[in-house]
Structure formats: C-alpha cells, structure tokens
Ligand binder design. Structure first.
Ligand SMILES: C[S@@+](CC[C@H](N)C(=O)[O-])C[C@H]1O[C@@H](n2cnc3c(N)ncnc32)[C@H](O)[C@@H]1O
Length: 286
C-alpha cells in the first residue's frame, strides 16, 4: 500500500473545506489527492503530475472519489494552463510533495534506481526531453563534474565524471552504478552512486528550475486565505522554499504558518522510512 508522507500535518495546514478547490501539484500515486478528496462535498481537487504513468495509477487509486477529482498532465511550469483548462481560476490550497515517488524510484524500467537494472532514462515525463543516458554519454567531462557536484553535492564529482567519460557508452543503470562504485570505493552507509543518480535525475527533469517556477507562480494561483504547502526531501529544495516563503511574508503578501519546518513523527518514520528526510512548510496568502 502507498503511504503519503506527513498526511496529518499536510491536511491540517491545507485546511481543507468541503466546498473548496484544491490543487495537488504532485499527484503521484494519488495518496494526498485521495485524502483531500475524502474531505470534499461540493469541492474539487485538481490532481496534476508530469508523469502520465503515475497519473494513471492515481486515477485507479482514487476511483471512489472520481466525481470530485480532475486529472491534469503537466509540469509545474504549466500549472496555470492546467487550471484554466479545468475551468478553475484560483485555488484554496496548493500542495506539492516534491521529488520522485516510490513507484518511479523502484520500477527498473524508469531508470531512476541503481538497485534495479534498466535503461538509463530518469525522465518523470517519458513523452518528452533528454534522458540520463543522453547526459551521461554526451556531456563534456567538466560540465558533467559540475553537474554532479552542484546537484548531487558529491565531493568526488571530478573523479566520477572522469570514470563515466572513460566508460562510455554507459548502457544501463547498473552499468553506471558499477562505474561509480569502481571510481569511488564504498565508505559509509550510502551507496557511492546515490548522489550521482540524484544529480542526473535533477538535471534530466530540471528540478531546480521547476521548483523555482512553482514557488514563483504558486502565490498567483492561490485565492486570498489560500494555503501553500510544500514537502521537500532535499536540503537544497527546503532552503529555496524557506527563502521564498520568508520573502512573501516579508512583503506582506502572505503569513507563515510554520516558522520552522515540520518533520515526520518517529512513528511515521518507523512505518515509512522514506519519510525520514521530509520537511514541510506552509503559508497562507493574505
Ligand atoms: C513524492 S511523489 C508524490 C506522491 C503523492 N503525494 C502521493 O501521495 O502519492 C512526487 C510526484 O511529483 C511529480 N513531479 C515532480 N516534479 C514535478 C514537476 N515539476 N511537475 C509536475 N509533477 C512533478 C513526480 O512525477 C511524482 O509523481
């Protein structure tokens, strides 16, 4: 069963009203979408995701509430168009649960994981864009090293980039994991390829740029009194959310609901270890 992260905290901060209109910008497998839909009577939830395969699963997982859910396919940068197409102008709450889902991470054929063999793809939206194989095989060594260093916060980025360039063509996820493992011996708990995979994934999906656009347009999509709730898993993302939320509060456009980020309770971490690094921040538009 799929467990949405920090469900109680997210729903409380969203302050779901039964006649309200909500936007789940990252529907994924529909975990949070379902929780919002359950609380609606005449209200509506727009369930958006850039991954068509995930949207299909979300649709199946929320079947009993289909009368109050509209599914929209697209990245954050096209959220405004998605809302317009659903006949919605402003929403009373916007939830974003960033990153990839358990399904995306563990399905070998999606190419996100160094635990399962598969094509080196990593596109959340497989209908468009550049794959991780394109990046790994065609980016010059310096650019690749910078990318792994900046997005993966990987200190051995240069050594890894050199090893990747020498091993080209990189054929699959396990091939890449093996190349990194040979270049950087295992020391701690983390698999040496973790940060390299994270960096490629972020670059393939332009995650930093997408988050910037979400934080930029989110406030425009919210009605007065509307809530903006973001769950992030990486410190780079949480820092951006914190800064943008502070800026909105300082300018008087919004009020912070969380001075410090909320984190999952021990009980949730025990039940769902993947929730461990989650940080949740909320804001209300004035
Ligand atoms: C952590 S999962 C969400 C899980 C979901 N809240 C649930 O309970 O099932 C993140 C989802 O966001 C989607 N996503 C990530 N970045 C996106 C973006 N820029 N635009 C649209 N969807 C995005 C991913 O495809 C993934 O399905």
């Amino acid at each position: 069963m799929h467990l949405p992260v920090m469900p109680g905290e997210a729903l409380t901060l969203l302050n779901v009203r039964s006649a309200g209109t909500y936007l789940d910008a990252t529907a994924g497998l529909g975990g949070h979408t379902r929780l919002i839909a359950e609380r609606l009577s005449t209200g509506l939830v727009i369930a958006n995701d850039r991954d068509p395969a995930s949207l299909e699963m979300a649709r199946r997982n929320t079947e009993p509430w289909s009368d109050r859910i509209r599914f929209v396919h697209g990245p954050f940068s096209r959220l405004a168009e998605g809302l317009r197409a659903s006949g919605v102008d402003k929403v009373d709450g916007l939830l974003a649960d960033l990153g990839v889902s358990r399904y995306q991470l563990t399905a070998g054929e999606r190419g996100f994981s160094f635990m399962a063999d598969g094509p080196l793809d990593m596109r959340m939206d497989q209908t468009t864009g550049t794959t991780a194989a394109d990046l790994a095989n065609h980016t010059d060594e310096k650019t690749l090293a910078d990318l792994i260093f900046q997005l993966g916060e990987e200190r051995s980025a240069r050594r890894i980039a050199r090893a990747i360039v020498r091993a080209r063509p990189i054929r699959s996820t396990l091939h890449l994991a093996d190349v990194v493992l040979r270049a950087v011996p295992r020391t701690g708990r983390l698999h040496p390829a973790t940060k390299t995979f994270q960096a490629l994934r972020m670059a393939v999906n332009d995650e930093p740029g997408e988050l910037d656009r979400l934080l930029e347009i989110g406030p425009e999509l919210l009605a007065s009194g509307g809530r903006f709730v973001v769950i992030s898993f990486m410190s780079l993302d949480d820092r951006k959310v914190k800064e943008r939320f502070r800026e909105l509060a300082k300018s008087g456009r919004a009020t912070l609901l969380t001075k410090h980020p909320l984190q999952p309770q021990e009980e949730e971490i025990a039940q769902n270890p993947a929730s461990r690094s989650a940080k949740l921040r909320g804001l209300e538009m004035n």
